[in-house]
Design a protein around this ligand. Structure first.
Ligand SMILES: C[S@@+](CC[C@H](N)C(=O)[O-])C[C@H]1O[C@@H](n2cnc3c(N)ncnc32)[C@H](O)[C@@H]1O
Length: 222
């Protein structure tokens, strides 16, 4: 089933004070975390205001078929927590245990219902597809962890249960993530991808091509 691009405009209206407060605290914890890790982490954070404005626009326009959100490779869990603030049932899956703990602590400290699980967002059975996609796109470096594990099982959900997935892949790994989403998401589900220079791309898994049918790469934001 193909992915088709969905046009949307981000809502660049003011960010509410409670979100600003959350993002300030997240920034300060992320800075501390990165100092303590030096080079031993694969974590780089997306631009949280852009993520918030995109999620808010998607929610306001009711573009997702339902309200179950997942962040693939959730890092510090900022997108997941923002999704929870926007009334999504929000989950994050992350392979680095220290990040899972930090993300859960941050969400809990703000009373958000976001839930984080330690593990891989690659579901069992999809490892071969991911390996094949890697060979085809031959990125400069391999950052994505390609093994699967019990993460979905631990959440009590499977990859078909999510209406909106957010991810920030490393450059060159976008097509791997898209192939995985094509295979593992439900028809109608949305994939929101953060890319370089604050760009966002929104795609829907469909039975056939429709919507804005763009294949010209990241297209929604400059
Ligand atoms: C570029 S960071 C993005 C973090 C966060 N989503 C954000 O936007 O700030 C990618 C994250 O994916 C995690 N990761 C890589 N492969 C993974 C996998 N198979 N399952 C879960 N997490 C993974 C890395 O540990 C890293 O924290």
């Amino acid at each position: 089933m193909p992915l088709v691009d969905v046009g949307f405009s981000i809502d660049d209206g003011p960010v509410p004070p409670e979100v600003v407060e959350f993002l300030d605290e997240a920034d300060s914890r992320i800075t501390q975390f990165l100092r303590s890790q030096r080079d031993s982490t694969n974590f780089v954070s997306s631009d949280s205001v852009t993520v918030y404005q995109s999620l808010r626009a998607i929610a306001a326009a009711q573009l997702a078929p339902g309200n179950v959100f997942c962040e693939w490779g959730s890092g510090f869990g900022v997108a997941t927590s923002l999704a929870a603030m926007l009334e999504f049932s929000a989950y994050g899956i992350e392979v680095e245990r220290s990040l899972v703990d930090a993300a859960q602590a941050l969400a809990d400290d703000f009373g958000l219902g976001a839930e984080f699980v330690h593990g891989s967002f690659i579901p069992p059975g999809a490892e071969a597809l991911v390996d094949e996609a890697y060979v085809e796109c031959s990125p400069d470096s391999f950052r994505l962890v390609t093994e699967s594990d019990r993460a979905y099982h631990d959440l009590g959900l499977d990859s078909y249960d999510f209406d909106l997935v957010f991810t920030y892949p490393w450059p060159g790994e976008e097509s791997v993530v898209q192939r995985l989403f094509e295979r593992c998401a439900a028809e109608g589900a949305l994939l929101l991808t953060y890319g370089q220079r604050l760009s966002m791309r929104l795609q829907r898994k469909t039975a056939g091509g429709s919507e804005t049918d763009r294949d010209d790469g990241y297209s929604v934001l400059d």
